[in-house]
Structures are given as C-alpha cells and as structure tokens.
Design a protein around this ligand. Sequence first.
Ligand SMILES: [Zn+2]
Length: 405
Amino acid sequence: MNAERMIDRIEKLAQCSRSVRGVTRLAFTKESEQANHLVDGWMKEAGMKVRRDALNNIIGRYEGMDPDAPVLLIGSHLDSVAEAGKYDGILGVIAGIEVVHAMHENGIVTKNPIEVIGFCDEEGTRFHTTLLGSRAIVGSLSEEDLEARDHEGVTVAEAMQAIGMNPDQYGRAARDPQSILGYLELHIEQGPVLWEKGQSCGAVAGIAGQSRFEFKVEGQAGHAGTVPLSMRRDALVGAAEMIQAVERIALEYESVVATVGKLAVLPGASNVIPGVVEGTLDVRSLHDETKRNALLAIIEEFHRIAHRRGLVCHIRRVMDSPAVVCTSQYVQTIETVLAQRGMKPLRLVSGAGHDAMALALITDIGMIFVRCKEGVSHHPDEYASPEDILESATVLMNVALRLTT
Ligand SMILES: [Zn+2]
C-alpha cells in the first residue's frame, strides 16, 4: 500500500472544486466530470476495467479467479457538500483503488471479482435528494427523484443531459442482488470518538436512525416591564425547560443523541415577553425501539411542561428514517483484522448517513471509520493523517481478502 500515492490523489481530487475555500464538487458538473476523469485513469492504472453506469457512478472491476462469482463492492462518494473537506467520501474511493492496485502489483487475484465504485451523489447538496448514486444501484431510485431541482431550477434529468447522459436509462444502473457478495465502505468518522480514543480506525456497528420534529410553543406576549413574573406565560422560559428535558431524557437511554438545533423567538424584542417559540428536535439511535421510547418520553415531558406553565405545545414529525445495522459477520471480520494489527475492536455508531445505507437493501454491508482530526468534517479543516490513511486502507485490504478468498 502506498500512502504517498493516496495523499497525492486526494490532493488532486480536491482541485476539482468550484469554490476557492474548501472543496465544492456537486453532481453532474464540470468539476464532477474532472474528478471522474482522474478516477478513471487511476482505476485503469490499478488493473481495473472501468465503466460509467446509467447514473454516472464510476465503476472499476478487478476480475476474480471465478468471473461468475458474486462481486465484492468497495465504494464511497465523489461529490461533496459546499466548502467541504478533502476526505469525506473521497478517502473511501481512493483507498478502494489502492487496495486493488496493491493486489494487482503483488499478483494477488481473489476468487470473487472486486469492483470499486465512486458514487455520483451521496450528499444531496445540489438537488436535496441524498444517495442518488447508490439508490440507483439498488434499484430504489424513481422518476420523481430525477425531477428534483437545484437552486437554479435545473432538474436532475436536465443536469444529466447537460453532460451527455440519457436520464431515461437510469433503471439500467440497478444491479442484480444475486450478483453481489457484499459492500465495504471506508469513510472518515466525521465525529470525535476515534480521535478521543487515540486509534486510527474502527468498525461501524451501524448507521443511526433519525427522527426530525418541528415544535411550536405558544404563550402570551406582553410588556417586559409591566407584567409580573407570576402572571406570565413566557414561551421561551417554557421552551428552555423543554430543551433541558431533551438532554436529561436522552441521557437516560443508552446510544440516543438528541439535539435542538434551531430556535426562533417571537416577536423577538428585548422589551417583549416571548409569545411564541418555534424549534427543531433531532433524535437518533442505532436502536429504533430505544429511539421511539426516548421520543415518547420527550414528547410527554414537552406537554407536561407546557401544561404546568399554561402554554400550548404543538409537535410535528417531519422526517423518520430507520437505523441500518451492519452485517455482523462483516463487523466481526473488521474487528478481527483490527485486533491482528494491534488495535482495539472499537465499534462505532454512525450518526451520519452513508451510501452503505442504500446498499444494505440488497446486500451485506461493512464499514470502516477512519480517525479525523478533532472529529471535524464538512469543513475545509477536515483532516486525516497519512499514517491513519495507510493503516485504515491496510485494514480494508485485509478485510477484502478475508471476504473474497
Ligand atoms: Zn461522506
């Protein structure tokens, strides 16, 4: 495995960017085509046959001893958020190419073929539709998805046409589940756990399910000087107590994280008692049942607090996605390799979504998380060290070998 080659490629891909600050590479753009062109060349150099599927996912195939055996997929995404770091997504594609490159250079041919995939759009930055590439591959993409528009009003279908693709063919990207052995994804952690634990990489237990709510607390606005405290129905003081309750209740449930990330105070003047507060609640867990129980407790407490303070609380669910658990055999294989290389068998929960979520619909999945500096991601300061990149790619290689031979 060649760390320098991987770093060099990460830097080159970072140049395929619309923004000067950080990396901005959206799906079906000049920049994504530049990135695909580079990846195409590196895949060929690594001994792979390269093709683009009907959604512009780039796929390199390294033939196995048995070409009819189901294929092991290794992938991640090539698109980015706005002003992103250099490693999110990219690292998994570059590490996958490096694994095959090392096999090719050392004359290693596995029983199963291996395909490395760079997905065209995971983040959903441009069209607000996440996992376009991987959902096409598992056959869960619909015509409706292709009608999503970017902020200039361009649809996915139009953007595909603009780079010479035929959107009507999107169904052809779907793969036969029988032809797939499993899916591996290496990705930066995007959180601080590995950084805190002082370890290069870890196994991912699964991707947390997520529920998002909007809530509204209604009280009574009034003069900040003339209404006595005992006679107030202050929506913000009530909301503050509710937010405290969110943290307290979430802490009672293992593996639940809960966040109130947005708050609007109305009418919003220094001399007016807050009459209305609108906010968001985001609750995640790897265990759907636990998440549900924590949510029920939180909602009950919201209403209890509102009632006691003479407030009215409305709460509305706007999004709910179930957790995706990684295949236990894959998690164990990753842990075995970690132990072999002198690391602890750390199991992490992903609080962020990944292409593996889509792949889980049709095949076994395993994920390796790589330490990133201070857990910073979706930011130009995102950083993974050459040592950690080399170590995690080596783990990926060993896991791939164990699964295919
Ligand atoms: Zn990512």
